[in-house]
Design a protein. Sequence first.
Length: 121
Amino acid sequence: MKKEKEPNDLQKRIYNWALDLVRFVDSLSKDSSTRIITNQLLRSGTSVGANYIESQAGSSRKDFANFLYISLKSANESKYWLALLRDTKKCDQKVLDKLLGELEEISKILAASIITIKKKE
């Protein structure tokens, strides 16, 4: 029987962040503007992890870097939607600040990884 590969620390962090994001979105009101924003947020937020996992299966350094870049772009988009929710005061500010803080750290790690890969090329 083949043993599954252990997820790395960043993969676990991104996954846990996505779980927190889903719980956060589910706690929000269902008015039309919040629903539209949160639909976009869920798409971009869950894309961070999906593209990170794809990067781990990359067939080359370039493939790896491309998926990390897409993951970073999704993180940046998610920051926009979270900031919009924050500034419209449609949510618990403490929970949102925690989500934004963790996403900022994840983004910095992704950006540093991309820079490191580009230097090696």
